[in-house]
Ligand binder design. Structure first.
Ligand code: PLP
Length: 391
């Protein structure tokens, strides 16, 4: 019998604050009425401030996979070529979906432990003299590796190559956790989800769409109905929605956006950075004694929303994750795809404070002990010292 509450330190979904749960605890209202229209307008206006865009944002009842798919089917025709910047499991998964729709998906290979190299992207686009590549797809924060990729520098690479490709960015685990700027960074399509930085339940997904991307929908030939941006924007819909509107999500989203803006986005980002840095300092302590290390190798590309921890060769990261769950009721993320059993992932995004991070570090250190993984001791102390210094 578990006591207390489950420490939720998975890199998504994340903890749902009481304020959001209370806001969703509401009688159903008519989604065609003025009350709902005001809520919806407040939500879309607030989302624009979080995406940092003046462009269109559309929402779906879906997980992030839906927004991935919406981006593909609205922009492309069978046989179109897109260039996927490899970053890890989620990037490859997005590309695999493109292949299923008959796109020619070329992967720009990249070491999963390192940030994508803008020079490599520029060189590849320069070589595409016929401009056959219709779009560049990038995952801003690769949730499977804990590496954050340099979206502004990748944009500059596209511009330096004078290439007209659309720029599609998955912000599912960065939006609302660390800096992202759709318009300033020249992003054409932003893919986002509800269950990470926005602190909502899983099940609402978003796309930010530039004017250039909207224009591309007119010639795209892939079949689409539910995801069709033209239908969602058309006059015959009930305002940006297909089907019954999940009003409770909007109650939650309204509260989430209010919370983010009350704290101030810059303060939200600073909080995530500090909690992430405390986590990284803890991992550095474990690293001594040939223990686990941070999977990401570039100091400047460490994600502020998730840390992937690589266990030493010969040890099983899943056992650590399982021991943490079974013995201490803390949920960590497991390794995905080729990282299965090699890493466990500590999520530090969303509604989180210092004691939660310290509790997680303590539980992980106990799980390392229980599973016999060699490691240095005293990670909580190191994290406490950093958090006190920066308080
Ligand atoms: N992209 C990234 C970067 C993710 O982290 C995830 C999920 O964790 C997805 C896409 C897929 O989103 P969902 O699980 O909401 O379908």
């Amino acid at each position: 019998m578990a006591h207390g509450w489950q420490f939720y330190m998975n890199p998504g979904p994340t903890n749902i604050p009481d304020r959001i749960l209370r806001a969703m605890d509401h009688a159903t209202i008519d989604f065609t009425g003025a009350q709902f229209r005001a809520i919806s307008e407040e939500c879309f206006a607030g989302l624009k401030r979080v995406f940092k865009t003046e462009h269109t944002i559309l929402a779906y009842a879906a997980t992030g996979h839906g927004a991935w798919e919406a981006a593909l089917v609205n922009l492309f025709s069978p046989g179109d070529k897109v260039l996927l910047v490899e970053s890890g499991f989620f990037s490859l998964n997005w590309g695999m979906r493109g292949q299923s729709f008959g796109l020619e998906v070329e992967t720009l290979p990249n070491d999963w432990r390192r940030a994508a190299d803008p020079a490599k992207l520029e060189a590849r686009l320069r070589a595409d003299t016929q401009h056959q590549i219709k779009a560049v797809l990038v995952v801003h924060n690769e949730t499977s590796t804990g590496v954050a990729h340099p979206v502004p520098a990748l944009r500059r690479a596209i511009d330096a190559a004078k290439h007209p490709a659309l720029f599609l960015v998955d912000t599912i685990s960065s939006l609302g956790s660390f800096d992202f700027r759709m318009d300033e960074w020249g992003v054409d399509v932003v893919v986002a989800g509800s269950q990470k930085g926005l602190m909502l339940p899983t099940g609402m997904a978003f796309t930010g769409i530039s004017a250039k991307a909207l224009a591309a929908t007119a010639t795209a030939k892939l079949p689409r109905v539910y995801w069709d941006w033209r239908r969602l924007l058309g006059e015959n819909t009930q305002g940006y929605w297909n089907g019954t509107v999940p009003v409770h999500f909007f109650f939650g989203l309204q509260e989430s956006l209010r919370m983010l803006e009350e704290e101030g986005l810059d303060n939200v980002f600073a909080r995530h950075h500090r909690l992430a840095e405390a986590t990284r300092r803890a991992v550095r302590v474990w690293r001594s004694n040939n223990g686990p290390e941070t999977f990401g190798l570039d100091p400047a590309a460490q994600s502020d929303s998730i840390t992937a921890v690589l266990v030493p060769e010969g040890y099983d990261a899943d056992k650590v994750r399982q021991a943490a769950l079974d013995k201490f009721n803390i949920s960590l993320g497991g390794g995905l795809d080729r990282l299965r059993g090699r890493v466990f992932r500590i999520g530090h995004m969303g509604d989180l404070n210092e004691p939660m991070v310290l509790g997680a570090i303590a539980a992980v250190e106990m799980a390392l002990d229980l599973t016999g993984v060699p490691h240095g001791k005293g990670a909580v102390q190191a994290a406490m010292e950093y958090l006190t210094e920066t308080a």
